[in-house]
Design a protein around this ligand. Sequence first.
Ligand code: V0V
Length: 144
Amino acid sequence: MSENSGLFTHIDHVGIAVRDLDEAIAFYEEKYGMRMAHREENEEQGVAEAMMEVGDSTSCIQLLAPLNEKSTIAKFLDKSGPGIQQMAYRVKDIDDVCAKLKERGLRLLYPEPKIGTAGSRINFVHPKDAGGVLVELVEPGTSH
Ligand code: V0V
């Protein structure tokens, strides 16, 4: 990690809660000309998701639709409607970053990272400890 880079290397993605994944993908493709880089379902997180590339930046928009009524995305949609649900930063070593954030008094949602998009390892900072923003930490999988 270079001296002035802080804990994060990139904005990995901005997550947007949507009611209908196919409709949202079509909107981002047709209106903004974005290309879908990846699509999958994550049962543990209760989401169907699609990563839409923002040019050549390597940052993405992550479209998140609920897989069931218990999904955090279903709850978010009920409360806030469609819109930005999370800001995700890419990190090199998620265990190291989580340890540092805990030392600095922030609550991580999981004691150990879970599996996210494309084999990544993920954890979250509670929005109440992060200025009202749900912050995701992403250590990319080897295919990234
Ligand atoms: C809730 N709050 C939020 C928020 N969700 N604030 C900002 N952004 C959000 N997304 C606020 C909410 O307004 C309440 O504030 C307070 O937090 C408690 O909210 P709640 O409705 O009672 O919700 P909880 O406690 O049931 O759940 C909130 C958390 C939950 C953040 C704990 O959403 C969660 O576990 N999220 C992490 C997992 C996740 O989001 N998975 C889906 C993406 P007031 O009213 O008390 O002031 S999966 C993903 O990103 C993947 C797979 C990937 O990237 O690879």
